[in-house]
Design a protein around this ligand. Structure first.
Ligand SMILES: *[C@@H]1O[C@H](CO)[C@@H](O)[C@H](O)[C@H]1NC(C)=O
Ligand SMILES: *[C@@H]1O[C@H](CO)[C@@H](O)[C@H](O)[C@H]1NC(C)=O
Ligand SMILES: *[C@@H]1O[C@H](CO)[C@@H](O)[C@H](O)[C@H]1NC(C)=O
Length: 265
């Protein structure tokens, strides 16, 4: 018995010795699951499911055909699988791309109180300061490394800053302002879960600037002008570490530092 246990232990150690090799490509004879497109009629599906009186009714509506049989094959995967691969193609001139699920694009969520997203960063990419009005967020780094920060609220308005390596994770409170930043010259990726099927997102600066000039002006301590030519005046009101970090990262990676108003390329 003892030797059998030892042999099993030795096998386990052997298996651990090559933990990463299997991740890039499946072994011979094993094919990767096929891509899944987001349903084009997702809103229609979600709208029909939302009126179902119980969760069982919602799942039956989503997962069975009109004869009451559970869907199979591609038809089943089209409902149960959200595929982020197609979103790993950031538009030119952006620092990366992100997609977060919600019932209007992934109707399966209509039967749950959770959603999730994947964020792909290019070098020095920044997921700009934002908040999720209806969900706490739990994220785990799945490629590279990132830096994150959040500020809770008045009376605890201190930046809580974390550095996350591969497969390290952290949490952001619901409605707390936060950002994620890739401080390296390589790509980075995180996957996140949010405890609401429709957590929402509000970009802070973008949406703050929706208020009238006069309101913005007073709130920003009345800078003489508001525009690209006084970006440093703006910066003193923005998270200092982040602004410096972005410029420093771009320079270190040999990427051009954008002039005011431009997006890093
Ligand atoms: C429902 O699925 C079952 C099992 O796959 C199949 O036999 C049946 O024809 C399907 N019904 C409809 C209306 O598609
Ligand atoms: C980085 O990500 C881009 C997509 O944004 C991809 O085209 C490129 O191959 C990735 N580079 C590496 C080294 O993985
Ligand atoms: C902002 O306030 C300053 C100081 O009162 C004033 O000079 C400037 O014109 C104001 N700008 C706007 C857009 O209201």
């Amino acid at each position: 018995m003892y030797s059998v246990a030892l042999a099993a232990f030795a096998l386990a150690m052997q298996a651990q010795a090559v933990p990463f090799e299997g991740r890039a490509a499946p072994p011979p004879g094993v094919t990767s699951p096929a891509p899944v497109a987001l349903p084009t009629n997702a809103v229609e599906i979600a709208s029909s499911v939302i009126t179902a009186p119980t969760n069982v009714d919602k799942l039956k509506a989503l997962l069975t055909n009109s004869s009451g049989d559970v869907l199979t094959g591609d038809a089943l995967r089209a409902v149960t699988v959200m595929d982020y691969n197609a979103y790993n193609q950031p538009a030119a001139g952006t620092g990366g791309s992100i997609l977060v699920g919600s019932p209007d694009i992934f109707p399966f969520l209509e039967a749950f109180d959770i959603s999730g997203g994947v964020c792909f960063f290019k070098p020095c990419g920044l997921n700009i300061p934002h908040l999720h009005p209806r969900g706490d967020e739990f994220l785990v780094v799945t490629e590279g490394q990132i830096e994150v920060g959040f500020v809770m609220e008045n009376n605890f308005a201190t930046e809580i800053h974390s550095q996350l390596g591969l497969f390290q994770s952290t949490v952001f409170p619901k409605a707390a302002m936060h950002y994620e930043f890739n401080p390296t010259c390589n790509n980075a990726t995180f996957a996140a879960a949010l405890n609401n099927k429709d957590a929402g997102r509000s970009d802070l600066i973008t949406n703050f600037l929706k208020f009238p000039d006069s309101i913005v002006n007073v709130s920003m301590a009345r800078p003489i002008t508001i525009g690209g030519d006084n970006i440093d005046e703006w910066r003193q009101f923005l998270p200092v570490n982040l602004a410096a970090g972005v410029d420093t990262c771009l320079q270190a990676c040999g990427l051009s530092v954008p002039t005011a108003g431009a997006i890093p390329s």
